[in-house]
Design a protein around this ligand. Structure first.
Ligand code: HAM
Length: 421
């Protein structure tokens, strides 16, 4: 038997209804905030992520699916989508059409991580980016949009953890201070943290090693050494979030695992997910586009881990998504009834009634069993007698009642039965 690749999974019905419902709300809400969809390729040059997410990041260092294509190019399956959006922004010269670009995307991402609950090698993100705006009002608007979306799914009590990682101007001296602080305790750091300390010291603050936690707790704080502009950016953002009633918690150790961030970074976690509890990560990336060779263009965005989101989406939303309309089963009893069954199904669909023609098996018994297995509630049986009379037998599979109905009145009859006039 051939099975799905480790860390990947099939999304199957009826669960896909929940996914679709979540995506529909995302599209509606993002549209209300002026965002348009962008779809970038799933494969990108490996170089793109090395230069944006960063060579020393865990993602690039050990989680990328990189391969050489037949033309000898180093290609990878995208581990995230912000770099692709930035590449497209530059390549498609979006800066020239002026103003701020508000974009969103929904799609699969790939990271070679150790699979566990909430962590997959293929996972999906719903993300949004505002490119071309440096004002803290755009940070605020993006986070407000995120919470608007989450509350329309029925989430309550979620809070965003927020920090500022400043700009290059203040980060240099902060990193020196961090290295000075951790260096005397080097032997307490595991191999991963030692590598981080050497290559990307900020990431030590993100250490998951319990032995390192007390050290991290009293490490220097970026917020204490922010340059004046970054500080006022941060403070203005907090003020706007307060005014909008968006709940946040300042998290001075939050650094995020991607190198392109400047100033604002944030994360939303949800309970019920175990160790992989981050459902959203985001932040500002004012250097990213110029680092990739584009014009100096600031940006900010977030990505929601859709797999995790669907896992913890409130019951009310899930139930509603799953209780969608069911098709009416149309069951031809003999081969000669198949043509009339197809034509009846077309009339139903033309009237907006979903119809599922069940031709499998012989006799009414097998057709009805198949309809019941699919949990369908209404079946229309077409047989020789009915063909002669221009009628059909309509069965209510829940109430176990049935009635002979003239074909010309059947659409109205089913509409009343379904409760969809
Ligand atoms: P990220 O924090 O790497 O940020 O990923 C965002 C979210 O994707 C995470 O919070 C998590 O919910 C989900 N996620 C990440 N890895 C996995 C996995 N292996 N399995 C399941 N879910 C996962 C980014 O990707 C940035 N591009 C976000 C961003 C957009 N920053 C600015 N704009």
């Amino acid at each position: 038997m051939i099975t799905a690749v480790k860390g990947t999974r099939d999304l199957v019905p009826p669960e896909t209804r929940v996914w679709n419902a979540v995506e529909t709300v995302a599209r509606e809400v993002f549209f209300l905030y002026g965002h348009d969809e962008i779809r970038t390729p799933v494969i990108e040059p490996a170089e793109l992520f090395i230069r944006s997410v960063g060579e020393a990041s865990d993602i690039v260092h050990k989680e990328m699916y990189t391969f050489e294509d037949r033309g000898g190019r180093a290609i990878c399956l995208r581990p995230e989508n912000t770099a692709g959006v930035a590449r497209a922004y530059i390549e498609r010269q979006m800066a020239q059409t002026g103003g701020v670009k508000k974009l969103y995307y929904i799609g699969p991402q790939f990271r070679y991580e150790r699979p566990q609950k909430g962590r997959y090698r293929e996972f999906r993100q719903i993300g949004a980016e505002i490119v071309g705006a440096s004002d803290p009002a755009s940070d605020a608007e993006l986070i407000i949009m995120l919470f608007d979306f989450l509350s329309r799914l029925g989430f309550s009590g979620l809070t965003t953890s927020l920090n500022s990682v400043g700009t290059d101007a203040c980060r240099g001296s902060f990193i020196e201070a961090l290295v000075d602080y951790f260096a005397p305790h080097k032997e307490r750091l595991g191999p991963d943290d030692q590598r981080r300390l050497a290559q990307n010291p900020l990431r030590v603050l993100d250490s998951k090693d319990p032995a390192v936690a007390p050290l991290v707790a009293s490490a220097p704080r970026m917020l204490d050494v922010l340059d004046a502009d970054s500080r006022s950016h941060h403070e203005e953002l907090l003020k706007m979030l307060d005014e909008a009633g968006v709940p946040y918690r300042i998290e001075p150790r939050l650094v995020r695992g991607l190198d392109y961030y400047t100033r604002t970074v944030f994360e939303v976690t949800a309970s019920g997910l175990g160790a992989q509890d981050a459902i959203v990560g985001g932040g500002r990336y004012d250097r990213l586009i110029s680092d990739l060779g584009g014009p100096r263009t600031p940006g900010i965005g977030f990505a929601i881990g859709e797999d995790r989101l669907v896992d913890v989406v409130p019951d009310g939303f899930r139930k509603k998504a799953l209780s969608g309309r069911l098709p009416v089963a149309i069951i031809p009893l003999a081969p000669g009834d198949r043509g009339p069954a197809l034509s009846l199904s077309r009339s139903l669909r033309a009237a907006g009634i979903p119809a599922d023609v069940i031709t499998a098996g012989k006799g009414p018994g097998t057709g009805l069993k198949a309809a019941e297995k699919k949990s369908l509630r209404i079946a229309v049986l077409l047989g020789e007698d009915e063909r002669r009379e221009g009628t059909a037998v309509v069965k209510d599979l829940t109430a176990r009642t049935q009635e002979k109905v003239a074909l010309e009145g059947i659409v109205r009859y089913l509409q009343t039965m379904e409760g969809h006039p």
